[in-house]
Design a protein around this ligand. Structure first.
Ligand SMILES: *[C@@H]1O[C@H](CO)[C@@H](O)[C@H](O)[C@H]1NC(C)=O
Ligand SMILES: *[C@@H]1O[C@H](CO)[C@@H](O)[C@H](O)[C@H]1NC(C)=O
Length: 377
């Protein structure tokens, strides 16, 4: 969709990427569309209703965490968009838990070629008296009726909490299917107070059982986390080269965004190719990145407080959502442009076509939203 210039002014957002090469601009091509007025961590993936009369129609399935205060429950839910992210309709609840004793969040959906849908999420137990984590899980749920209802399928990883001074949590899962149809679950695994690794496990049986942990990224003294994974589509085909973006900590504990790559469809990952995606201004943070492929470009997102004149202690969560672009398959990155202003949390991305993508985030005072963006060169 190409917008008339006056309309894009009305939409109040044109992002000029200060690229060193030819200028790319990113425009908002829709107003924000509401997913849920009181939800966080929206994530979206492609969806086909194979039992409908129009099984080829591309729909979008989103999952998110809604909060029902006071002292109440957290619920993981799904919504469907039938118009390319311009509007959403509630579809189903996946899982509900008492927020005093359970921490459920970070849901990520994936439809398999047979039409079944998996959702991975963090599913932790909290001590009612201590308020501390007791048990950690990355849980997988399954829907065999196109998202109407959900059942427990497996835990991709689980363990007892090691205790206050020795963090060993499991966080932010992401699902993808490899070229052989196997399911990969990526998540972050704490190895201690100042150390976290990114890892992946593979399932040969559509998410029922999971193989051993393979390390995606690790660095002594750093907290690597919050992965986004994308296949770099090479013209003329070729073996799957994947790029994984993630947040990591600098020596002073501040967050920056880095990337590693896999040349074998996610089977193995190497630190040799580890490179910087984005460094923020000194004393600020950039975290929670995601990545999608749009046309010949990779589009990366993250949240950052670098443009926010907050007081001391204003963290990366609730800063701005920014976009960076790579024209060379993730080797170098240009940007960054503000896609969503202060008070935007935990952004996700979804590719719509060769020009357009959705940004999904929760906005203060509004809720979980998606917005269509378009790249112009
Ligand atoms: C899928 O299609 C069936 C048959 O038309 C319909 O009953 C169901 O509501 C659809 N589900 C979704 C999520 O679109
Ligand atoms: C949630 O759990 C706490 C602690 O067990 C309990 O006091 C509270 O009543 C529960 N809330 C609901 C809404 O069930």
């Amino acid at each position: 969709m190409t917008l008339h210039p006056s309309l894009s002014l009305l939409l109040h957002l044109t992002l000029i990427l200060p690229t060193t090469a030819a200028a790319l601009s990113i425009q908002a091509a829709s107003p924000p569309a509401l997913l849920h007025p009181n939800a966080v961590y929206p994530r979206a993936n492609a969806f086909h209703n194979l039992s409908s009369p129009t099984p080829d129609k591309p729909l979008i399935l989103a999952s998110y965490t809604s909060l029902f205060p006071p002292g109440g429950h957290k619920t993981l839910s799904t919504s469907i968009s039938r118009d390319g992210g311009k509007s959403w309709r509630f579809l189903s609840d996946i899982w509900t838990a008492n927020a005093t004793t359970h921490d459920i969040d970070n849901a990520y959906p994936l439809q398999l070629p047979n039409g079944h849908i998996l959702v991975a999420f963090r599913n932790h137990d909290i001590g009612a008296l201590t308020g501390e984590y007791v048990y950690y899980r990355i849980t997988i749920c399954l829907s065999t009726d196109y998202g109407q209802s959900w059942e427990f399928l497996s835990h991709a990883s689980e363990r007892w909490a090691a205790g206050r001074n020795s963090k060993n949590g499991l966080w932010e899962p992401l699902l993808r299917a490899d070229r052989r149809g196997r399911v990969q679950v990526y998540y972050s695994s704490e190895r201690g107070a100042g150390r976290q690794d990114n890892v992946v496990r593979v399932s040969d049986d559509l998410g029922r059982t999971w193989g051993d942990e393979v390390v995606v990224s690790t660095r002594e003294g750093a907290r690597d986390g919050m992965m986004g994974v994308v296949e770099v589509v090479v013209p003329g085909g070729g073996e799957g080269r994947l790029v994984c973006v993630f947040e990591t900590t600098e020596e002073d504990g501040r967050f920056a965004v880095e990337a590693v790559e896999s040349l074998d469809d996610g089977g193995s990952w190497g630190e040799e190719g580890r490179r910087r995606v984005y460094t923020v201004k000194k004393g600020k943070d950039a975290g929670a990145p995601q990545v999608v492929s749009v046309g010949g470009w990779l589009v990366g997102s993250f949240m950052t407080n670098e443009g926010v004149d907050g007081g001391e202690g204003e963290g990366v969560d609730g800063g701005e959502m920014k976009i960076v672009i790579s024209k060379d398959g993730g080797r170098s990155w240009d940007g960054a442009a503000v896609a969503a202003g202060r008070g935007s949390h935990w952004p996700g991305l979804y590719q719509l076509d060769d020009r357009r993508f959705l940004g999904l985030y929760s906005a203060d005072g509004v809720g979980a939203v998606s917005r269509i963006f378009e790249i112009d060169d």
